[in-house]
Design a protein around this ligand. Structure first.
Ligand SMILES: NC(=O)c1ccc[n+]([C@@H]2O[C@H](COP(=O)([O-])OP(=O)(O)OC[C@H]3O[C@@H](n4cnc5c(N)ncnc54)[C@H](OP(=O)(O)O)[C@@H]3O)[C@@H](O)[C@H]2O)c1
Length: 323
């Protein structure tokens, strides 16, 4: 199978490229700059800005692909040219969207692929919805072989998957309290990039997933307290001090978090994964969050340059807790 990844050298894309290559696919990755992560064995690298249709067309020449995966579509302008560019030369075009497209508060849990997509305010999911609609229109009215894939929250060893990132770990290790939004019991789902890759690759190709949208989500359901406690355990902290504050109060002290808390993280997320399991029979995540968290902490502990503390955020936490 010939697979083209547009911008597929990032955190999730590189895991998927490695998985596809390991399963025997001929993988080509297009990035606009030298990727920070070296491509996996056997992956071919091309250089172009994928948002520039002329540059992308030139670098691809007349090549044809069984599947094209776009990892870097964020606004309709990023994907507008793709139906014309890829119809007839790709057996499938996979748009990597996000589960944040589903309207919050969620009218009915669990979320399925037919849950309402709605976001009038928060730009990231609002624009992803606009991309989905544009591409769906091309699929409905032409021969554009679209599949929409929606990750939820994906991490790997290079990520501490809480908003405070490494600052939270430093505070826990120093015995200082860490702020968790709400009362720490809202539900969230995390998926390791290797598991995402294992779920994605069987969806690729001109077959059963064309015309479908699929939420690629791990079955692992965690509360935000559990997420912090698991990270603390991986960091060797026995009794971390977690302090709960309303999302609104946090947003007063950390304005940059207002949108993501209000329109995403504060809401309990629970996904029905039956469509993924029917399209990828036998798929089950293999990396528990406890294991993934240990991997991340080991990676950060081995790389001092990653351990940056956001002192402004830390001061905001202190001010919030003193309030
Ligand atoms: N992480 C999550 O939890 C999550 C959740 C839901 C959805 N998603 C979706 O997953 C996708 C991100 O995947 P990822 O984590 O693998 O990506 P990533 O880590 O952001 O990396 C993207 C790669 O593409 C390159 N790139 C960016 N813009 C480009 C352009 N115009 N032309 C060519 N190359 C370009 C980047 O290079 P530069 O260094 O030059 O920028 C980088 O190598 C996004 O669509 C995002 O919405 C992620």
């Amino acid at each position: 199978m010939r697979v083209l990844f547009l911008g597929g050298a990032g955190m999730i894309g590189s895991a998927a490229a490695a998985e596809a290559a390991a399963r025997g696919a001929e993988v080509t990755v297009v990035t606009r700059s030298e990727p920070g992560r070296p491509p996996a064995e056997g992956v071919r690298a091309l250089r172009a800005d994928v948002r520039d249709p002329a540059a992308l067309g030139a670098v691809l020449g007349g090549a044809e692909f069984d599947a094209v995966v776009n990892w870097v579509g964020f606004t309709p302008d990023d994907v507008r040219s793709h139906p014309e560019l890829f119809t007839g030369r790709a057996g499938q075009y996979v748009f990597i969207s996000t589960c944040s497209v589903f309207g919050r508060p969620v009218p009915q849990l669990p979320i399925t692929e037919s849950s309402p997509r709605r976001q009038p305010v928060f730009g990231y999911p609002r624009d992803k919805i606009a991309c989905e609609l544009l591409l769906e229109d091309a699929h409905r009215t032409g021969d554009f072989p679209l599949t929409i894939v929606r990750p939820s929250h994906v991490y790997d060893r290079t990520v501490i998957p809480v908003l405070a990132g490494w600052t939270a770990i430093e505070r826990m290790r120093a015995g200082r309290p860490v702020v968790v939004h709400g009362d720490g019991t809202s539900l969230w789902s995390l998926m390791h990039a290797r598991d995402f890759a294992r779920a994605l690759v069987p969806l690729l190709g001109p077959g059963h997933a064309v015309g479908e949208s699929v939420n690629v989500v791990s079955g692992d359901i965690l509360t935000w307290d559990q997420i912090h406690l698991t990270l603390a355990a991986a960091a060797g902290v026995r009794d971390p001090l977690l302090r709960h504050r309303a999302s609104e109060s946090i947003a007063e002290h950390v304005p940059g978090w207002a949108e993501v808390l209000e329109h995403d993280f504060r809401h309990s997320m629970l996904f029905d994964t039956s469509k993924l399991r029917s399209l990828v029979p036998g798929f089950a995540p293999e990396v528990s969050f406890a294991e993934g968290a240990r991997e991340s902490l080991a990676h950060y502990d081995a790389h001092p340059e990653l351990r940056t503390v956001d002192h402004e955020l830390s001061r905001a936490f202190d001010a919030l807790l003193a309030d």
